[in-house]
Design a protein around this ligand. Sequence first.
Ligand code: NIG
Ligand code: FE
Length: 413
Amino acid sequence: MTARPGEPHRLLIRDLAQLVTPSGEGVPLRGEALGEVQLVRDAYLLCEGGLVGDVGRMKDLRLKGDLLEVDGRGLCAIPGLVDCHTHLCFAGDRVDEFALRAGGAGYEELHAAGGGILSTVRATRAASERALAESVTRHRDWMLRAGTTTFEGKSGYGLDRKTELASLRAIRAAGGVPTFLGAHAVPPEFADAPSYVEFLLAEVLPEAAELAESADVFLERGAFGLVEARRYLEACLAFGLTLRVHGDQFTESGAVQLAIELGARSVDHLEATGEDGIRALAASGVTAVLLPASALFLGRSMPPARRLVDAGAAIALATDFNPGSAFCESLPLVCSLAATQLGLTPAQALSACTVNAAHVLGRAHDVGRLAPGFRADCVLLDAPDWRYLSYHLGGDVVSSVVQNGRVAWARQS
Ligand code: NIG
Ligand code: FE
């Protein structure tokens, strides 16, 4: 199915039951536009030179010349999914902690006792750079099989110069969009958060800024407070990084206001955000990134998605894939949680993990829609209706994934 080197690459996916793409105008999509999709039945998708060349109805298809064909009968095409919040660069696992939590232990208590994030930091520091790179590609490939064609990856399990930089290199090498999350936790060799932040800014940020596109901070009790978060984010901004904030996961601690004030791309989590935060986000250009798999995995309450949407805020959906709070790489499962737990329609969920997630990553001009000129990234769903993406809870809905106009993964039939 792959073309020979040097051959101009054209791929035609034909006879699709449905082709669906977000069609709302203005990015990030919000309000009515969030739920607007264009649906073409009995459709084709033509990919040329890695980009979408054309989409349309089979009856209008006129083509000449050589091309590779994919049979789309019984399948639905949606844009390749965009996961704008993952922590996929880590070694080891937290299955023991998971079992303890299942038996009643608390996530924050484990963290305070030196477990949690810090146990993954120990494993990640002990791994070679090669092992770290292998773990990133393994996790990326899990994500690809679930339909993710564009992903963000955060550092944050190194917390020292060498491992933070190695993490960012591994994420970049695997094709991810790298985010510097040096301010994820205070490592044990530092007495407090302020001294650790000064170390990060002096010793790690100058090189991290060459590798990363964004910076992120875990603003939460037991992690970083408002003063250190501001200090860290302002310095990262001065180095040209765009900003993200982990905020209001367990407590409302001013993350929304800080993100708005500093012009961050997003504030992520928001399980604890109240009405003032919702109103402030709705009036701002900051996207609310919602992570329902993390709330589910920790048995916490879900973020106020419906109230955010109704107020006019821009939302995106992501997995938060990581070993402690969301060992889940599946955006289709996240779309099911969006419909069943967050009160979002399948169309709103689709826009949230395509166009709006692409916006959070600064790529809305390039990925997230099946329209001429966009990158030819597409997921073929083994379903008679594209809404099975949300409807088939935990289902094996992805039949193949096209990336840059080539079949990157196909389920063995
Ligand atoms: O987004 N909350 C902070 N960071 C991650 C969890 C990391 C971990 O538990 O290893 C999150 O949930
Ligand atoms: Fe996270």
